[in-house]
Design a protein around this ligand. Structure first.
Ligand SMILES: Nc1ncnc2c1ncn2[C@@H]1O[C@H](COP(=O)(O)OP(=O)(O)O)[C@@H](O)[C@H]1O
Ligand SMILES: [Mg+2]
Length: 221
């Protein structure tokens, strides 16, 4: 089982949205996934799950690092392929614990100037732990004529020194994500061939490259 944590000190960076997009896509692709909601203040993931018919992906709400550890053990007991962990903004103890437990940390960030200023702090905090991490540009204006939005190009420029840790793709800004989440769904389920799912699949591939380079997933691991 791989533990993947979404972390960003800035609120509204897209942590909860990304965790839901990935977890539901994994479930749709028949990967076993447990989605752990550590954000006791918002519980965005639980609110989404409450709208959702069916029981996949399994969703667990936890408060505090001891409960997080128990949730990871439970995910392992359920033979999950992935345990995805959504965390609150700021530097909560539970986020520190989740990062320490992770095979990979995804750092979602939007690309506006305040987001670009903020992301460096999260990168530095996570990099100090020695965990593998990947910055994931989110809610980015869709590419036009094959060109990336100027704010994303600025983000890449700002993070040029850690280029290898910045995903070359993007999760684009699309209202359909919000409409689907409101109904307890994700775009992968409503439109597998659609652009949002293509981006999610591309991210999943990149995640697997990083994860398998570090620790190949073997049966029962
Ligand atoms: N790709 C996207 N397209 C459109 N809206 C998005 C996208 N990603 C995130 N959002 C919106 O941004 C806001 C913050 O996202 P959220 O996932 O709650 O951030 P966080 O969990 O980091 O606080 C929400 O209103 C969400 O709908
Ligand atoms: Mg959130």
């Amino acid at each position: 089982m791989y533990v993947v944590t979404m972390a960003s000190q800035k609120g509204g960076a897209g942590k909860s949205t990304l965790s839901i997009l990935l977890a539901a896509m994994f479930a749709h692709a028949n990967l076993r996934c447990v989605l752990v909601d550590c954000d006791a203040g918002q519980h965005t993931v639980m609110a989404w799950a409450a709208q959702r018919p069916g029981r996949e992906p399994a969703v667990l709400a936890v408060e505090g690092s001891a409960a997080l550890e128990a949730a990871c053990v439970e995910a392992g007991r359920r033979r999950a392929d992935f345990c995805l962990v959504d965390t609150p903004a700021g530097i909560a103890d539970v986020t520190t614990a989740a990062v320490a437990r992770s095979d990979l940390v995804l750092i979602p960030t939007k690309c506006d100037v305040t987001d670009r200023w903020a992301v460096r702090n999260t990168v530095s905090t996570v990099a100090r732990t020695g965990r593998r991490f990947l910055v994931v540009p989110t809610e980015v204006p869709a590419r036009r004529l094959g060109l990336e939005a100027s704010d994303l190009r600025r983000l890449r420029h700002d993070l040029a020194d850690i280029e290898a840790h910045v995903w070359t793709g993007q999760i684009s800004e699309r209202r359909v994500i919000s409409y689907d989440l409101a109904e307890g769904r994700v775009p992968s389920e409503t439109d597998w061939r659609g652009p949002t799912n293509q981006e999610c699949v591309a991210l999943w591939r990149r995640m697997m490259e990083i994860l398998q380079a570090g620790r190949p997933l073997t049966a029962g691991a």
